[in-house]
Ligand binder design. Structure first.
Ligand SMILES: N[C@@H](CCC(=O)N[C@@H](CS)C(=O)NCC(=O)O)C(=O)O
Length: 225
């Protein structure tokens, strides 16, 4: 199987990390988002959405990080995507929660307009309002994550066993480090992230994120949570 990805991409890294941890062999092809390779016709014909990741398994092509994680987990019968109806539904629920709620506001509403020049709003007042809106929503999601989804007892998002929801969610949550936000104010989130950071392949898979996003932003002034 082949994975089109980028080592900094928040939606690629969960797939790369899960594959590494589960021992799934993938051929990796980097799509250089830094030079706009995703917009070239060759890649647009592979994914018209012009995004990574894309998985190819023979003549089957799959986009969307969440769908790819589920496909890979099912392909190898991973316990990280339980077969039991209700346990699986819980994993799906958590993944949708991150994808449609948390990520939208925390990353696209709060982090990205601050760290990516092309996502900065052209007008200062609009930029400030965008960040204020994203911040309020992000605070809400973080409280829910800390107190209700993880809570004081769980090691992972769905209980004591790691699931593919953890791979997706943890990479989204550590995105906060791009503006120096460690989420230390959220003890249950912090415990969960420490569990994820302890994974054997965590450091290597996230190396480029720290080198190209976290390090260059150190010392800059950002709106904080
Ligand atoms: N919903 C998609 C989102 C994919 C996505 O946002 N990919 C970003 C990288 S993190 C991308 O390829 N961006 C390039 C662009 O939009 O130009 C998924 O979960 O796979």
């Amino acid at each position: 199987m082949k994975l089109y990805h980028h080592p900094v991409s928040t939606t690629s890294r969960p797939v790369v990390l899960f594959a590494a941890e589960a021992g799934i062999a993938l051929d990796f092809q980097v799509v250089d988002l830094f030079t706009g390779e995703q917009y070239r016709p060759e890649y647009a014909s592979i994914n018209p959405s012009r995004q990574v990741p894309v998985l190819e398994d023979g003549d089957f092509r799959l986009t969307e990080s969440s769908a790819i994680l589920k496909y890979l987990a099912d392909k190898v019968g991973s316990p990280a995507y339980p077969a039991d109806l209700r346990r699986r539904a819980r994993v799906n629920e958590r993944m949708d929660w991150f994808n449609t709620g948390f990520y939208r506001d925390f990353a696209y509403g709060f982090l990205y307009p601050q760290i990516f020049p092309f996502m900065r709003r052209p007008d200062d007042a609009v930029q400030a309002a965008t960040i204020a809106w994203g911040r309020e929503r992000a605070l809400h999601w973080l409280k829910v994550l800390d107190e209700s989804l993880i809570g004081p007892r769980n090691a992972y998002l769905c209980g004591d066993e790691i699931t593919i929801a953890d791979y997706l969610g943890a990479i989204m949550a550590v995105g906060g480090e791009s503006i120096g936000e460690s989420l230390a104010a959220y003890p249950n989130v912090s415990r969960w992230l420490d569990n994820m950071r302890a994974l054997r392949h965590w450091a290597k898979v996230n190396e480029a994120f720290y080198r190209y996003v976290v390090e260059p932003n150190k010392g800059k002034a950002f709106a904080t949570l």
